[in-house]
Write a protein that binds this ligand. Structure first.
Ligand SMILES: Cc1cc2nc3c(=O)[nH]c(=O)nc-3n(C[C@H](O)[C@H](O)[C@H](O)COP(=O)(O)OP(=O)(O)OC[C@H]3O[C@@H](n4cnc5c(N)ncnc54)[C@H](O)[C@@H]3O)c2cc1C
Ligand code: FES
Ligand code: FES
Length: 478
């Protein structure tokens, strides 16, 4: 069944909108149409958290709560979700929610502009965790900026929620909300609004048919890159195909020597999974944007963006990742290092999409990754280095090195690898390799970092990797 009407839960009712504008952000809809102005606009690019809202989703008969940035999410993506705004936290008797009470008690608000965003991030954290610790709190709040109160009182408020008894309105109405979720059938959505079209197929087969007829359409996964064309570049996206309703793209398969991650898997889901195999991959993802960004952003979106500073890319390259492309013809398995052509250009042809990402599991190898950015949290890399080494009897049997931020595409350091392979694992050979990095890269020069700085950092990261492995000790400031 195909419909032009999106349906979502709001205030314990199902709300329907026919032919919503595919380029309208959820933030604009909330503030201008619902007239709920508690949710604020700060940056309009997902960086400050002032617009944080929470979306409820029915997963295995339970409601999962996701904090997202409403400023960079398009309205039709609300289909099938529960929309929760800061105004909805107060109980029907007019009582503040425990997270709001905590902010009052610990003086977590001064001018108040950032407060609704913090409250919503804290609310999602409160609902999703049985107990809290510093890591969960810092992670949950790292996507929200405050420019006057300072963070200590806000963090104190979050810490005070630790011994919670979760009996808020959302528990009281849980059964009713689950029943409402079940009433919304996830249909194939096709919207035509003025000169714009939006498709949200619910199967891969339907996706392929739509792509065949609309090869010029833009694919939308988390939208954390694509939506900025509208909110920042002020362009119109005429045709969008959302991949968010295709359950077949949201999976992680774990085979013996390989993990396969579906294109639609959120970065947050992937980061939890990958920790067991590659803890450094998890650490890099923890510093990737914010929880709001990683709740929706996908690994396939990061790959297709092909940014020279895309954080997962050097890590995936050093792990010799392959990707599966699907489309009008047969599925194609290609090595990731053959996918990037030039600045933000890839081998993806019209009508094709990334189906999945295949990451080998190296049981014997040492895997290290480092991200250098101006700010620790919620910032994009200046340089990101990743190293995958197999050492046998103090000899480097195999090594794969890749950097982001060092050329127009993320790329392996193949010349440097040649120097290290089959050599004794020693400081001498690493010093030689470090000098050689200049033959692999001509770094980019931009406002984030100069080319000189980037080269120096890349060299230092390779030496840091050597020292950490040699001394079996982490050399990190966290
Ligand atoms: C505030 C903020 C912070 C950020 N921080 C970081 C960071 O720390 N590190 C980092 O690397 N990036 C960061 N980004 C960039 C962004 O999150 C990534 O590029 C992201 O991975 C894009 O994934 P997405 O699912 O949101 O893609 P979308 O925005 O939906 O799509 C991005 C591009 O990929 C294409 N695409 C999406 N899915 C597919 C598919 N399955 N097949 C083919 N093409 C597809 C789209 O058509 C589009 O061209 C940040 C962005 C914001 C707004
Ligand atoms: S307004 Fe800054 S993150 Fe949305
Ligand atoms: S209270 Fe003013 S910005 Fe946070």
């Amino acid at each position: 069944m195909t419909s032009n009407t999106i349906e979502f839960i709001f205030n314990n009712e199902i709300l329907k909108i026919s032919n919503p504008d595919p380029n309208e952000t959820i933030l604009n809809y909330i503030r201008l149409k619902l007239k709920k102005t508690g949710t604020k606009e700060g940056c309009a690019e997902g960086g400050c958290g002032a617009c944080t809202i929470v979306l409820g989703d029915l997963v295995d008969n339970n409601i999962q709560y996701k904090a997202i940035n409403a400023c960079i999410a398009f309205l039709p993506t609300l289909n099938g979700k529960q929309l929760i705004l800061v105004e909805d936290l107060i109980s029907s008797e007019g009582k503040l929610h425990p997270v709001q009470n905590a902010m009052v008690k610990f003086h977590g608000s001064q001018c108040g502009f950032c407060t609704p965003g913090f409250v919503m991030s804290m609310f999602a954290m409160y609902k999703n965790n049985k107990s809290l610790n510093d890591e969960i709190i810092n992670d949950s709040l790292s996507g929200n900026l405050c420019r006057c109160t300072g963070y200590r009182p806000i963090i104190d408020a979050a810490k005070s929620l630790n011994k919670k008894s979760d009996n808020d309105e959302f528990i009281r109405f849980k059964k009713k909300t689950i029943n409402l979720f079940k009433k919304i059938k996830i249909k194939n959505i096709e919207i035509k609004k003025e000169n714009k079209k939006y498709f949200a197929p619910n199967t891969i087969l339907k996706l392929k048919n739509i792509l065949k007829k609309n090869p010029d359409a833009k694919l939308l996964s988390g939208g954390t890159d694509l939506s900025l064309e509208v909110t920042k570049s002020r362009k119109e996206i005429k045709k969008i195909i959302s991949l968010n309703s295709i359950k077949e793209l949201d999976f992680i398969n774990n085979k013996k020597n390989e993990i396969e991650v579906g294109a639609g898997t959120s970065l947050l889901k992937f980061e939890k999974f990958i920790k067991k195999y590659y803890p450094d991959f998890n650490s890099i993802l923890k510093r990737y944007g914010s929880v709001q960004i990683r709740n929706v952003g996908t690994i396939a979106g990061n790959i297709a963006t092909a940014s020279p500073i895309g954080d997962t890319l050097p890590l995936l390259l050093s792990l010799d990742t392959k990707i599966i492309l699907d489309g009008p013809n047969k599925r194609e398995l290609i090595p990731l290092n053959k996918f990037f052509i030039s600045y933000r250009k890839t081998r993806l042809k019209k009508g094709q999409f990334i189906y999945s990402v295949k990451i080998p599991i190296y049981k014997k190898n040492i895997f290290k990754a480092y991200k250098i950015s101006k700010r620790f949290d919620d910032d994009i890399s200046s340089v990101c280095g990743s190293f995958n080494i197999e050492i046998d009897k103090n000899r480097i049997k195999k090594i794969k090195i890749a950097y982001g931020g060092m050329s127009e595409v993320p790329k392996r350091a193949k010349n440097t690898e040649k120097i290290l392979i089959n050599s004794i694992f020693s400081e001498k050979i690493f010093i030689k390799a470090i000098r050689n990095l200049e033959s692999d890269y001509k770094p980019i020069d931009d406002m984030r970092a100069s080319k000189l700085y980037r080269m120096e950092i890349a060299k230092n990261l390779l030496m840091k990797c050597f020292l950490e492995v040699k001394n079996k000790k982490m050399l990190r400031i966290n």
